[in-house]
Write a protein that binds this ligand. Structure first.
Ligand code: 3H9
Length: 690
């Protein structure tokens, strides 16, 4: 065996040169891998004892893509194109042996081989779109030549990989190997040597492009089909243009188009934001004072208290991954309603073909309903999801303390209340933690894990890992009102309200936020959540627009009216009554309503969030700025192509942020706008968040 580089070995076995890549954790195409592949192919071509080449990887996966950490440092030779060209032009057959994932540049490497074999569990995809990019090493030109244009469009604009079975069906892999992959790939190479004949390169194939040549309108149809999902993102459209080029241009011209569009994306702010976010998401799982080897509490059974919207959604997360759940309610009627909603959700999903009828039954079978809290005695994790009332929560935790088995984790799904106060009613505050799910809890990816003063490291470690198990992204935060997400949202909602009082119609404020990239604006969000959260009909004094709307039974979407009027399809239209109410309250407060620009609306909604985020860092409520961004992207729909509020602040320049906050402080005369010390100091040093 010859070591070509620290990451690639060369060995001839039974007449086949095997290049073994070893670049943990994901065998990314770092410089040492590229260099090794280049030298390995050249060596095999010159080696009379080798009649074919197999590319195989050590560890858990085939190549998972270019080394993203190298993107910011500039290219070190050899470039991937040079390596892949050498493979493409090899006179000896090259076989990629795929296990784990072949992603991005990894799949492009495999597509530059003459053949691909894979184990049944392998997944193959071009996820560059998620990094604000397109496959820049020939993937956009080769993939459609293999799987056809429609499949390539789907794969490249969604970034979702396909499994080995589908890859076999579409021709992306030539064989699924049972047993040892390396041996299987060598045996496959021998078959190809024995068959002889001319080697076909993917670049020379174009049979699968014909349909799109005959029906070029399919591109626009596809564009329309993804328009809603990809609103605001540049990369999906750029990927489509490259596939169009594969159809309309000769291969080498298509490659030039790919390179040009790749460079445009790579040098733009969206790719920077999305790549930043890739690492932010992975960073969020790391807790400096909780070592990786901290013991975890095994979670085999979960209890959920409350079968309302939140409780039901939370329970679905568990059963989706096979964890049994007991849901406890106070009244039989409420329990039945809650279980009925869960069943309906699953049946709807089955109707769309995403799960089978057997899955619906299997998941429902994992749920046990109960009216008795003592049924939670054998649960390893109990999540309370009742309404936001400290007295009620304290009562539940007092009772849980007497019921739950020793070591069980007692969690509250509170979105704002003090976890320390809740933990204080138990004799085991080390076992108490906040697990703040976001609505709809079975859909939203974020889990705010709220650490109390006494929460143990084992409990934190368990909850962070458990989040991964139920396919959530966890961010650890500290105790304060609203934690990270809602605390920052409160200031935005406050400003939205102020803007409406000062004369900006709610639908315009919402439009500005929507155009910025949020899925909905502040008032639409209130209508969706319900205006009556925390409102009491008996004590209501009509003290603000929200209360007055509730009194008029305009309590949001569920009552067909709120800040907006809704038709029978829940399509909103601006409600004149709401503007009248704002005018009335403005007059009472002595505010003269005026025209307000979109720029002002945006700044007044976003800048306070940044300032609040800085305060959160100052107080140590979040571990790092990028955690705040993860909270916002996964919990509140902040557009990932803008990275998150703290990344966005960096892109504006912190000195500019401070300047603008001060300008609003001067013009409004309100300390609301006072930039916090942490932000001022950081800006003063020319620093950035993170
Ligand atoms: C590309 O290929 C461009 C081309 O078209 C060429 C153009 C010329 N680079 O996610 P995990 C790290 S773009 C560097 O927790 P999992 C990651 O940061 C690329 N590092 O594991 C983490 O580090 P740490 C296209 C990478 O098992 C560790 O590996 N490819 C890369 O849950 C473990 O990661 C992609 O977009 C990378 N490419 O999931 C694939 N990938 O431990 C991106 C990962 O220090 N990767 N790391 O925090 C993934 O989707 C997942 O990592 C994968 C494993 C599914 C592979």
């Amino acid at each position: 065996m010859v070591q070509l580089t620290s990451m690639v070995d060369y060995e001839v076995e039974d007449g086949v040169a095997v290049l073994t890549l070893d670049n943990p954790p994901v065998n990314a195409l770092s410089q040492g891998v590229r260099q090794g592949l280049k030298e390995g192919v050249a060596r095999a071509l010159a080696d009379d004892t080798a009649r074919a080449i197999v590319i195989h990887c050590k560890g858990g996966t085939f190549i998972a893509g270019a080394d993203i950490t190298e993107f910011s440092s500039g290219l070190v030779e050899p470039g991937l194109h040079e390596v892949l060209d050498a493979m493409d032009n090899s006179a000896k057959p090259i076989v990629a042996a795929i296990h784990g994932t072949a992603l991005g540049g990894g799949l492009e490497t495999a597509l530059s081989c003459h053949f691909r074999v894979a184990v049944a569990s392998a997944r193959l995809g071009l996820p560059e779109v998620n990094l604000g990019l397109l496959p820049g090493a020939g993937g956009t030109q080769r993939l459609p030549r293999v799987v056809g244009v429609e499949k390539a469009l789907q794969m490249m604009t969604s970034g979702v990989p396909i499994g080995a079975a589908e890859a076999l069906d579409t021709g992306l892999v030539d064989r699924i190997v049972e047993g040892d992959l390396r041996e299987g790939a060598i045996a496959f190479a021998h078959e190809k040597i024995d068959q002889g004949g001319k080697l076909t390169r993917i670049r020379d194939r174009d049979d699968k492009l014909q349909e799109a040549r005959d029906h070029p309108e399919l591109f626009d149809r596809f564009r329309q089909s993804i328009a809603r999902k990809t609103r605001g993102f540049l990369a999906p459209e750029y990927n489509i243009r490259c596939i169009e080029a594969a159809v309309t241009q000769p291969f080498d011209e298509g490659m030039k188009t790919e390179s040009k569009l790749f460079m445009e994306l790579m040098s733009g702010p969206q790719a920077a934001a999305q790549q930043y976010f890739f690492f932010a998401e992975r960073q969020a799982g790391k807790v400096p004072d909780v070592p990786r080897d901290t013991a975890e509490i095994p979670i085999a059974k979960v209890g959920v208290i409350g079968s309302g919207t939140m409780g039901g959604g939370i329970a679905m997360n568990m059963v989706n991954v096979g964890i049994p759940v007991t849901i406890v309610e106070v009244k039989q009627e409420a329990l039945e309603r809650g279980l009925g909603v869960i069943r309906k959700n699953y049946e709807n999903t089955a109707r769309k073909g995403r799960i089978s009828d057997a899955d619906v039954t299997g998941r429902m079978d994992l749920i046990t309903g109960s009216l008795d809290l003592t049924d939670l005695a054998d649960c390893d994790l109990i999540i309370e999801a009742v309404f936001e009332d400290m007295a009620v929560k304290k009562d539940i935790f007092t009772r849980l303390d007497a019921i739950a088995k020793p070591g069980a984790i007692l969690a509250s799904n509170t979105s704002a209340l003090d976890i320390n106060e809740i933990a204080g009613v138990t004799g085991r505050p080390e076992s108490v933690i906040g697990l703040h799910f976001f609505s709809p809890a079975n859909v939203m990816k974020l889990l705010e894990v709220v650490r109390g003063d006494k929460t143990s490291k084992e409990v934190i470690k368990t909850c962070m890992s458990f989040a991964k198990r139920i396919r959530k992204v966890a961010v650890l935060v500290g105790v304060c009102h609203g934690f990270v997400g809602n605390r920052m949202l409160f200031v935005r909602q406050f400003q939205a309200e102020q803007l409406a009082l000062e004369g900006a119609p709610p639908h315009r404020i919402d439009k500005v936020l929507y155009d910025f990239g949020f899925p909905m604006g502040a008032f639409q969000m209130s209508d969706l959540a319900g205006l009556d959260i925390g409102w009491n009909a008996k004590t209501s004094k009509g003290a603000n627009v929200r209360e007055r709307l509730c009194e008029m039974d305009r309590r949001g979407q569920k009552t067909g009216a709120g800040f907006y009027d809704y038709d029978e399809n829940r399509t909103p239209s601006p409600a004149p009554i709401v503007q009248e109410l704002y005018a009335e309250f403005a007059a009472k407060a002595g505010i003269t309503q005026r025209e307000i620009s979109d720029e002002e609306i945006l700044e007044r909604c976003i800048l306070p969030m940044i300032n609040e985020g800085a305060r959160i860092l100052e107080e140590g409520i979040a571990i790092r700025a990028s955690d705040i961004d993860v909270v916002y992207v996964y919990g509140y729909g902040w557009p990932v192509y803008r990275g998150g509020p703290m990344h966005y602040a960096n892109s504006l320049g912190l000195d500019k942020v401070v300047e603008k906050l001060r300008a609003y402080q001067r013009s409004s005369g309100s300390d609301f706008w006072q930039p916090c010390k942490y932000l001022v100091d950081l800006a003063g040093k020319g620093g950035r968040f993170g």
